[in-house]
Design a protein around this ligand. Structure first.
Ligand SMILES: Cc1cc2nc3c(=O)[nH]c(=O)nc-3n(C[C@H](O)[C@H](O)[C@H](O)COP(=O)(O)OP(=O)(O)OC[C@H]3O[C@@H](n4cnc5c(N)ncnc54)[C@H](O)[C@@H]3O)c2cc1C
Length: 402
């Protein structure tokens, strides 16, 4: 890592050093594209990411997964429990990866281990990193100029991986549609007395899902979605009080609990950029789409952004085309639209169906889960779509190098 005091040129610059940005930079660099990372050091993130199988394959193909594997737990099962106490409640539904011929749906890993593995791989690939924020991005016909506090960088393609309040999105003149939910997510990791058997447990409540996802050993990560007042009340508890409260909410399925250091609190929203690429700037990760943490979709979408963009840019470069040209960005837009839109709609609908008091919606939700539970081919089709979406299968997700 270095701080820049002189102007720099590269083919591509990735702005943002979160997981979507680091994966983008690694993917572009392994495709032979001269890439620069512009990102201040990321804050320590105690959350975890449940990566679906395609994302794990992509990380393995990029040479990152070997450093993650010791910190990751496989997810061989998913269990959904309706705890809404409403008139029409859904039956408990279980999904097993073996039903669709997989060893695991994916793996869960703490973000701090993931980020460390990505940073190590970026360093191994000698990707230069400027540890300062981008102050502005000015695109023009031939390229884009990125202004930093003490210098400038000039590139052909800017990858905007700068998260929810994206400077890149604004610089590309791309608007976004945002809806804030009356919900917050309390996150923490914990140890527990009973084994999780590599199965994620999602308990649906009237205020949102309460999800325990396996970590290695007798440990799990928790995402507890609540109205903001109750989330704040839980967050104010001591570790011992909180452990008892979580055990109660988990119906003691895992026995006594032991809360670890590193709680987080996140206001939930859904936000979609009106376009994912314009004016030499391509958006990846939460700069392009924010979804609530239901069904582990957010960063999986972000990795498919990164993999798709690198594939298109590598292809353009092989054909000696400008990797930031309108034609390249239009291809990226076309290839990402269906995947991002379909996931957003599905997650938004599921979340709203939990929050609403409208009885027919509870009935429809309960009926859907009942049908999923009873009809094997439907359940298997859903599982396959969840793990490998038909709308997006970039090469990296299939284990093929760029
Ligand atoms: C509670 C919770 C649980 C979740 N669980 C899952 C899960 O299990 N599976 C899953 O797939 N997804 C999950 N997600 C979603 C996932 O966490 C996000 O999709 C992911 O963190 C987004 O990564 P990112 O790199 O796009 O953005 P960020 O992690 O926000 O990174 C953006 C980076 O850009 C930097 N930056 C900002 N402005 C600038 C600038 N001007 N110049 C340079 N750098 C800048 C920031 O410092 C930051 O480091 C979860 C989300 C939440 C809230």
């Amino acid at each position: 890592m270095n701080s820049l005091r002189e102007n720099k040129t590269a083919e591509a610059a990735v702005i943002g050093g979160g997981p979507a940005g680091l994966v983008s930079a690694i993917a572009l660099a392994t495709a032979g594209i001269d890439t620069l990372i512009i990102a201040p050091p990321a804050k320590e993130d105690f959350r975890t990411t449940a990566f679906l199988a395609g994302s794990v394959t992509a990380l393995a193909t990029l040479g990152v997964w070997d450093a993650c594997v010791a910190h990751a737990a496989p997810l061989t099962g998913i269990r959904i429990i309706d705890d809404t106490r409403r008139l029409w409640r859904a039956p408990e539904v279980s999904f097993a990866a073996a039903e669709i011929g997989l060893e695991a749906f994916g793996h869960n890993i703490e973000n701090r281990h993931l980020i460390a593995a990505l940073q190590d791989r970026a360093a191994q690939l000698k990707i230069p990193r400027i540890t300062a924020p981008a102050l502005s991005v000015a695109p023009d016909e031939a390229g884009a100029t990125i202004r930093l506090a003490d210098a400038e960088a000039r590139v052909r393609l800017v990858v905007g991986a700068d998260g929810q309040h994206s400077v890149c999105r604004a610089a590309a003149w791309i608007g976004s549609n945002r809806h804030a939910y009356p919900q917050s997510a309390l996150t923490l990791n914990l140890g527990h007395a009973r084994a999780h058997r590599d199965t994620a447990t999602e308990v649906h409540t009237e205020s949102g899902p309460f999800t325990l996802v396996p970590l290695p050993g007798r440990r799990s990560s928790l995402v507890c979605v609540l109205d903001p007042e109750r989330a704040a009340a839980l967050s104010a508890m001591t570790d011992a009080e909180l452990a008892i409260e979580i055990e109660r909410r988990a119906h003691s399925l895992f026995g006594t609990m032991n809360v670890e250091r590193g709680r987080g609190m996140f206001a939930l929203a859904v936000e979609t950029a009106q376009s994912v690429a314009r004016n030499r700037i391509a958006l990846v990760g939460e700069a392009a789409h924010v979804v609530p943490p239901i069904g582990a979709q957010g960063l999986n979408l972000g990795l498919r952004d990164a993999a798709t963009l690198a594939e298109i840019a590598a292809d353009a470069r092989r054909r000696r085309l400008d990797i930031g040209s309108p034609a390249v960005l239009a291809r990226y837009e076309t290839q990402r639209r269906a995947d991002v839109t379909s996931r957003r709609i599905a997650i938004d609908l599921l979340n709203r169906s939990l929050l609403t008091d409208f009885l027919p919606v509870h009935g429809a939700r309960a009926l859907s889960l009942f049908l999923i539970d009873r009809i094997g081919p439907l359940r298997r089709a859903l599982m396959r779509e969840g793990v490998s979406p038909a709308a997006s299968q970039p090469r990296l997700m299939r284990g093929q190098p760029l």
